[in-house]
Design a binder for this molecule. Structure first.
Ligand code: ADE
Length: 248
């Protein structure tokens, strides 16, 4: 059975679309699902578009119409943990919807299913962690064009495993960033899709994980760093990390 690969934005998925072989495309609900062989594995590749509803629809279609056996989300995120810088990578062992606040208690639990923190598949998460670490150590400098490498700063990027928070909000406010860090267990970064995909996978019993490269620090500088990262390194990094995972 195929693995489903989701990215939210054109810039993130572009090179994967070039690399997928024997591809067959199907358009459903305005999304193009590409079935083929990606780095030696049967895969279905799709751009969800941005936000929790967009990715929930996409994930449901991958499961119901393409019968994928597992799903990986790959893309960019804003750093929340102070030790993370642009170019570092987070692999989610759990994810939470930070805008799911049905009561005052801030458990982020989704009503009626009573889960707040959705657990990624431990084996897939470990495999992704190892693959990305390998990619950073051995291939990153040859794989990413020189002009974009500067975006990673002078130090070698690092990979961490931890919590990813998702919400229908682009965070670029230091006060919001601090609030998230203080209220969510082991939070590493913030984005707009991962935990919604996680909820759909949880409800269907499909293993999944989430891979995010830091494009900005979810603070006042964010609109600038996000734009230049998404136009520069993001597509190379997404391809490199998915290739490393599928070939691992
Ligand atoms: N994706 C990338 N950066 C982000 C941010 N700062 N907030 C939400 N989603 C993001």
């Amino acid at each position: 059975m195929a693995i489903g690969i989701i990215c939210a934005m054109e810039e993130e998925i572009a090179l994967l679309e070039q690399d997928i072989q024997s591809a067959d495309s199907t358009i459903i609900a305005g999304r193009t699902f590409i079935q083929g062989t990606l780095y030696g594995q049967e895969a279905v590749l799709v751009m969800s578009r941005i936000g929790k509803v967009a990715v929930a629809v996409t994930t449901t279609l991958l499961i119901e119409r393409f019968h994928v056996s597992q799903i990986v989300f790959a893309g960019t995120a804003g750093a929340v943990a102070p030790e993370l810088k642009v170019g570092d990578v987070v692999v989610a062992n759990q994810s939470v919807q930070h805008d799911m606040r049905p009561d005052e208690e801030l458990t982020f639990r989704v009503p009626l299913i009573e889960v707040g923190y959705f657990q990624s598949d431990p084996e897939l998460t470990q495999k992704a962690f190892g693959a990305v670490e390998e990619y950073i150590n051995n291939s990153l400098h040859n794989d990413i064009p020189q002009q974009h490498l500067q975006q990673f700063g002078i130090r070698q990027p690092k990979v961490v495993v931890g919590t990813i928070a998702s919400g229908d909000e682009f965070v670029c406010d230091p006060a919001k960033n601090t609030w998230l860090y203080e209220h969510i267990d082991n939070l590493k970064c913030v984005e707009m899709e991962g935990a919604a995909m996680a909820q759909v996978c949880y409800e269907y019993g499909i293993p999944f994980t989430i891979l995010r490269v830091i494009s900005d620090c979810a603070d006042n500088d964010t609109p600038f760093t996000f734009d230049s990262f998404i136009e520069g390194a993001a597509k190379y990094f997404t391809r490199g990390s998915i290739r490393a995972l599928l070939q691992a």
